[in-house]
Design a protein around this ligand. Structure first.
Ligand SMILES: NC(=O)c1ccc[n+]([C@@H]2O[C@H](COP(=O)([O-])OP(=O)(O)OC[C@H]3O[C@@H](n4cnc5c(N)ncnc54)[C@H](O)[C@@H]3O)[C@@H](O)[C@H]2O)c1
Length: 257
């Protein structure tokens, strides 16, 4: 291992090939972290790694489908064997499919929950054991304003799963506090990524422009706006903060009445 890579902390980020996950990986790459970039999107994940390495950081890519327990367990085990316990987890991977109630089959409901909620638990469960030995660590899970405050039309499974993330964060925070591990969430507002730009499943470009007009700060968010808050939650600056889900929405929630 190079001198540069030796003293790095380890962070695993899911869904880090594009969007908020990618921006978060790049932000950790500028800090003292070895960034384990994971995704089901291989080319995009490798691109994220290339950008981190070019900027002088340390990163590597691993395929990870968060719906697979064996894959999650194996990835965590491989990283621990190579580099020691994980210092930080960012459970970011998520889907937000538009599914009217009369089309919401058990399979579609389960698919959303498998990725958006159970996938987060799988990663934490796999890594927590060794994280405890550090008596330090931070776990950050991505919720949504659609989980903490709003009910999203034709997104019942998504809103329910993202509300579930709040319970996941609270319970994990209490269970892991005695081992020095903090667990928090971030609930983004409207952030300009593939997810929000999808006309089929979300607002699309025009809808985002419209949203900007009623967001007090006058713009939708960029992925970097969320990434920087995640890095803060990983850092010692948030050392007494656990069990909370921070809304990061440009004032949307408090300003829309
Ligand atoms: N963009 C927004 O406005 C917004 C708002 C609130 C919450 N969020 C949440 O933030 C997180 C990131 O969203 P984004 O906007 O960057 O979305 P995105 O669609 O741009 O990226 C999602 C990522 O998750 C990955 N992913 C999907 N299924 C996966 C699976 N089974 N296993 C592993 N990875 C998988 C995708 O490949 C992709 O890299 C999500 O949890 C999302 O719900 C986003």
């Amino acid at each position: 291992m190079s001198e540069k890579a030796l003293n790095k902390k380890n962070v695993i980020i899911t869904g880090a090939g594009i969007g908020i996950g990618k921006a978060t990986a790049l932000a950790f790459g500028k800090k003292n972290y070895r960034v384990i970039v994971t995704d089901i999107l291989e080319a995009e994940g490798l691109q994220t790694v290339a950008e981190i390495n070019t900027a002088g950081g340390v990163a590597e890519f691993h395929i990870l489908d968060v719906t697979s327990t064996p894959q999650t367990d194996a990835l965590v085990n491989d990283i621990e064997t190579l580099y020691g316990p994980i210092d930080c987890l960012v459970a970011n991977a998520g889907i937000a499919h538009r599914i009217p109630l009369d089309e919401l089959t058990d399979e579609k409901w389960d698919r959303t929950f498998d990725i958006d909620l159970k996938g987060m638990m799988r990663l934490v469960r796999a890594a927590a054991g060794k994280m405890k030995t550090l008596d330090d660590g931070s776990i950050i899970c991505l919720s949504s304003i659609m989980g903490v405050a709003y009910g999203w039309d034709e997104h019942v499974a998504y809103s329910a799963a993202k509300a579930g993330v709040v319970g996941l964060v609270r319970a994990l925070a209490v269970e892991l506090a005695k081992d020095g591990i903090r667990v928090n969430g971030v609930a983004p507002g409207y952030i300009k990524t593939a997810q929000a730009l999808s006309v089929q499943h979300s607002l699309g470009e025009a809808g985002l422009e419209q949203a900007a007009s009623f967001i007090p700060m006058g713009r939708v968010g960029d992925p970097e706006d969320i990434a920087d808050v995640i890095v803060f939650l990983a850092s010692d600056s948030s050392r007494y903060l656990t069990g909370q889900v921070l809304t990061v929405d440009g004032g949307l929630m408090v300003g829309r009445y």
